[in-house]
Ligand binder design. Structure first.
Ligand code: SF4
Length: 360
């Protein structure tokens, strides 16, 4: 029975993905045993990343006011979610965010802007900010700014941008049910523009938007075909007011199976547990570190997530280590976030007194 899992793991070590049939088995079969599956996914994870966990901090640098209609997004024109909208933050605010992220031990600072895509003037402005961050802090920088042409990507590459994020989100056939104002091909073209300009593309998916398992398998293989080295796996956060709400498929075990699938199909990629980690994986959160080697701290675009201290504790308790950056490796991670000791969740320090029963 364990042979199937061993075979999947060994093939992944040789960078051979599962067949489509095996991929569907991983997601849907009743006879899948979770722990051997996670171990199979752990083999390539350990081979390429050891037990290190890359930590990402996201800065929502421009919120709302978007003319696009992505159904999962509270910043879209279709969403009725109450949202604090704001234009692009100023450079000092973004630089302060980068410094905080570097001092907290993040590997990467991800700057995200709402909107269809930047003008050339806005791209130059962002390039200047990226250049400044790279001069001051030893942290990777990723930008998520919508659709880009090669001309834009070259400006950002010249400024030293490390990564450009643009998620495929789902399969090509399911995409029109999620968004109609731009196409899947537009998204693929943006990733190609990044790659051609020498910027690492980052692209992933959102699970729980009414897709079938075949859609998840399709997008996993598409990301492999595009040789995407960084894959965020989001689990849809149901935000009241958004047209696309969670389809109810996201039990913790389903999330872990999806992460295992993404690792086995893309053994060398940085697989990131992204939005929805806390709410959908819940008590099984630490198990996600076996297939995945990267995560976000302190929340997502428009929702909060677990804080640095809580997340680092989970990483350490599971026997993994924060990858960090040259600054945090030299100075140690800020504050007492790695302090050990006895800890209870909930009401801490309350003493439960035994009742004294008097003899009759
Ligand atoms: S995902 Fe991006 S492009 Fe789509 S609605 Fe949200 S901010 Fe706009």
């Amino acid at each position: 029975m364990f042979e199937t899992y061993a075979r999947l793991g060994e093939r992944a070590l040789r960078d051979e993905p599962p067949s489509e049939q095996e991929a569907l088995w991983i997601l849907d079969a009743d006879d899948v045993e979770l722990l051997p599956l996670l171990h199979a996914a752990f083999l390539p994870r350990r081979e390429h990343f050891g037990r290190r966990v890359m930590v990402h901090v996201l800065d929502n640098a421009q919120n709302g006011l978007c003319p696009e209609d992505c159904g999962y997004c509270s910043q879209s024109k279709r969403s009725e979610a109450p949202l604090r909208k704001y234009p692009l933050k100023n450079e000092d605010e973004i630089l302060a965010g980068a410094e905080r992220a570097a001092r907290a031990g993040a590997t990467r600072y991800c700057i995200v802007l709402s909107g269809r895509g930047p003008t050339l003037a806005r791209t130059r402005e962002l390039a200047a900010i990226v250049r400044r961050i790279k001069e001051r802090y030893p942290i990777g920088v990723c930008l998520s700014v919508g659709l880009l042409e090669e001309e834009h990507a070259r400006i950002l590459a010249d400024a030293g941008l490390d990564r450009l994020n643009h998620n495929l989100n789902t399969s090509e056939s399911h995409y029109p049910e999620i968004c109609t104002t731009h196409t899947y091909a537009d998204r693929v073209r943006t990733l190609a523009a990044a790659k051609k300009s020498g910027i690492e593309p980052c692209s992933g998916l959102i699970v729980g938007m009414g897709e079938r398992s075949t859609d998840l398998v399709e997008v996993a293989f598409r990301l492999r075909e595009l040789e995407v080295p960084s894959i965020p796996v989001n689990f849809l956060i149901p935000i009241a007011g958004n047209p696309v709400l969670s389809d109810g498929s996201l039990a913790p075990e389903r999330c872990l199976r999806v992460l295992a699938l993404m690792r086995l199909v893309n053994p060398r990629a940085e697989i990131r547990i992204a939005a929805g980690r806390e709410g959908h994986l819940r008590s099984l959160g630490a198990l996600s570190l076996w297939p995945a080697n990267s995560l976000f701290v302190e929340g997502y675009l428009t929702t909060r997530g677990d804080a640095v201290a809580e997340t680092y504790r989970m990483i350490r308790d599971a026997g993994f280590e924060v990858d960090g950056n040259p600054l945090s490796r030299a100075e140690g991670i800020a504050g007492d976030v790695l302090a050990g000791g006895y800890r209870l969740t909930g009401r801490e320090g309350e003493i439960l007194r035994p009742e004294v029963v008097r003899p009759a």
